[in-house]
Design a protein around this ligand. Structure first.
Ligand SMILES: NC(=O)c1ccc[n+]([C@@H]2O[C@H](COP(=O)([O-])OP(=O)(O)OC[C@H]3O[C@@H](n4cnc5c(N)ncnc54)[C@H](OP(=O)(O)O)[C@@H]3O)[C@@H](O)[C@H]2O)c1
Length: 251
């Protein structure tokens, strides 16, 4: 119960998927979590499921809107007064040929994935304890040239770059910054991307050396490790958690 006692972690996109799986582990271990996202009903359902009482705070916030992030951090300040960690996890998918990408697509994807990640970290800094930990959520697509992936992949490549540059930026406060790079993970986002098609899902599965789609809890384990003091000498790194997708040719 006490493994994560004393930890207070902001998780953007905490109402579902990888974010919720991470929150589950933290709450089970006695930590406090703040779940942020755009959909209040989704956040409330997540909080009910976590059943962590006053160790779970939900705040409706669109990370692409800096004013929302100000409201989010104000609320965290009032409830907990501090953060020991941030998991900047919120993100949106996009698949489309460059010729079809609209300005709205660009604003939405870059707004959530890059701008949202950047300002989530910036706005959390006054609440962050020295020695805290920031984990950013990238994507395997930052490493692969996929025809439909230009917008999403570029936004996630930028997230990986942020982990490298924010690490020395925040090192004077002992704040570590790392990125995780998930492969194919069974979440609502994967269902969106596969459009419910078994054929597409099977194609994704076949790309993975371990021969299966990942479970969000398997990604959460790495996030938790990076958030914890066990990773006290790790900063500016990327952790690829993909079952052997980016660097493997399945047998
Ligand atoms: N699943 C995969 O295969 C995979 C692979 C590589 C990387 N990733 C990355 O993993 C992260 C988590 O995704 P997931 O797979 O767990 O899917 P998910 O369950 O759809 O989670 C995405 C979360 O982000 C939130 N979100 C999206 N836009 C937001 C915004 N503008 N402001 C605040 N919250 C926002 C969503 O909540 P609301 O809709 O309520 O706002 C949702 O809770 C994403 O960054 C994704 O790119 C996933």
């Amino acid at each position: 119960m006490s493994e994560f006692a004393g930890m207070t972690v902001l998780i953007t996109g905490g109402g579902s998927g990888i974010g919720l799986a991470t929150a589950r582990r933290l709450v089970e271990g006695g930590g406090e979590v703040v779940l942020a996202g755009r959909d209040a009903a989704r956040l409330e359902a997540a909080a009910r499921e976590l059943d962590g009482g006053d160790r779970v705070l939900t705040v409706r916030a669109d990370v692409s809107r800096v004013a929302d992030l100000d409201g989010l951090t104000d609320e965290i300040g009032r409830r907990y007064g501090r953060l020991t960690g941030v998991f900047a996890n919120a993100g949106v998918p996009h698949a489309g040929r460059v010729a079809d990408v609209t300005e709205d697509d660009y604003e939405t994807v870059v707004g959530a994935n890059l701008k949202g990640t950047f300002f989530t970290v910036q706005k959390a800094l006054p609440l962050m304890e020295d020695g805290g930990s920031v984990v950013l959520n990238g994507s395997w697509l930052a490493h692969r040239g996929a025809a439909m992936g230009s917008l999403y992949a570029a936004s996630k490549a930028a997230v990986l770059s942020l982990a490298q540059t924010l690490a020395p930026d925040l090192a004077e406060r002992g704040i570590r910054v790392n990125a995780i790079t998930p492969g194919h993970v069974q979440t609502p986002m994967l269902d969106t991307v596969t459009m419910g098609s078994d054929q597409v899902r099977e194609f994704f599965r076949s790309q993975v050396a371990l021969g299966r789609i990942g479970d969000p809890a398997e990604i959460a384990e790495t996030v938790i490790f990076l958030l914890s003091k066990r990773a006290s000498y790790i900063t500016g790194q990327e952790f690829i958690v993909d079952g052997g997708l980016v660097n493997s040719i399945p047998a």
